[in-house]
Design a protein around this ligand. Sequence first.
Ligand code: AMP
Length: 595
Amino acid sequence: MQFEELSRLLEEIDKLSGRTDIISLLSSLFLKLGKEEVGPASYLLLGKVAPDFEHGELGLGEKLILRAISRASGATYELTRQRYSTLGDLGLVAAELATRGTTISLLEYTREGRGEHGKDARSGLTVIEIYHALKKIAATSGEGSQETKLSMLTELLSNSSPLARKYIARIVSGDIRLGLAELTVLASLSKAFAPDDKEAVERAFNITCDIGLVASTLANQSAQGVRRIKVQPGRPLKPMLAERSSSIDEILRRMGGRAAFEYKYDGERVQIHKSREGTKIFSRRTEDITGHFPDVVKAANTKLSAQEFIVEGEVVAIDQESGRMLPFQELMHRRRKHGVEEAMSRYPTRVELFDLLFVDGRDFTKEPYPKRRNRLVQLLSPSEDMAAAEQIVTDDHDRAEAFFESALEDGCEGVMAKTLSNKVGYEAGSRGWAWIKYKRDYKSSLADTIDLVIVGGFHGRGKRAGKIGGYLLAAPNGQGRYETACKVATGFSDEALVEMEDKLRSYVTPSRHPSVDSRLEADVWYRPAIVMEILGAELTISPVHTAALDEIRKGSGLAVRFPRYTGRLRTDKSPDEATSTQELLEMYRSQLKKL
Ligand code: AMP
């Protein structure tokens, strides 16, 4: 398929807003593609060229894209920037500048050189050609790579029609995702190739985190092929997630009267994979973070006696003198590319393992939790730097409460309860009642902190004049949109405000990001990217906010009352993993029950 045709279909999809309509059109798009194009197109639709764990995200800087658009169209950089401030979408800028007033350069371009592929600027490239060109751009690194990426992107744009430029610019900026969440693409693939096997498709994705692999398997081998996709060390699984509760009694009730309780460590979740190719560490967002933790790699290689495995645990920072656990923030010193060795000796860690998913050719994800834990304990020679999470199994309320108290004393956030049911395995990628987190926050009547996405900023007044003094926060609705839930302006030190503003600078957009639903006008808008942890007094119904709009009361959404920044950014969560509008609804309902 010509990329031009794909762009025309994307243009159609762009006009739709309902998820069902989008899925229908996308699935017919997949059926029109050649079999070998389905995988590459699936990556492109998500603004990638490979799965995240292979560093497949393009995410080119805004400035570089603007420069490429300017060069390809012959418009000055100033004009390109100006149009961007007005239009707020790099795709629109690329398309507009390609059509107006820039004929001279285009003419010159077509007359003088016809690009690497010897094609006329108007004839365009195929989907596969675009995919390979973008892959090449993504793979370019090291000294001088910015300049190389710039000329490659310029060439690509120059070889494309205005419409194709629009979608190339959106893909490379990551903005193709407007309304196109991973799950929407997955649902469309199911509809196209395996309408009766939606669950098998979802599982294949949850155990591989590779949309391109699932897509091309579906296109070539339909549902049968997808069922043959296996858990494989070296390829991360989506993490299993927990519901929350503020009562041990409720937890025991939900778990059939008896449960395992584990310390809930305050660190960073890691999935450790050992295969013939070596040992790798993946973050909760399934990114490869092996480089941050050479000490964890070493511990895994020496303390776990198997040739191949996948285990999961929490890395915690440890105080060098006392050996006690330190808060999560200390671990952030380890998130760096350079000086890892030095950071390793200054900020030692320990891994508390809490799950096992695969050992020596055997997939454990369908096994019940007690079996997985037993196998984990068998494999492990516990030491200072690697241990199995503290655990008790009980049906007794008081024992569980006492265990929770000792977890807090030992520097944990609370406890995680886990079901003993032999019907439940490791549910990759899903949040359910098989795991329940129990944290108590004495400062707040909301039982837990909430993680929301920063989508806007407000100018400060008085002492904070000239700075951003507060932020507009939103919750993901599970369908690629962000719905606002509060404005937060407390809990920030002056330094924290300055740091935050710096951090957010590269996410500023000239107007409200198209994926954000807001009734408030912010002074500055941000692309949803950074997740902030807050505490609130309670959830209320609000006509001003759009979170879970109309769900409780027509015309109103839900809002967090008296929100307060806890000082912690959840860099381990992507924006669509923040507390969802669905979770807010559940929290609101359980709050009502307690009254
Ligand atoms: P939250 O991030 O607040 O939704 O809490 C869930 C997180 O707690 C998991 O993703 C893990 O990173 C972390 N965690 C700490 N200890 C455990 C444990 N024993 N079992 C499972 N998750 C744990």
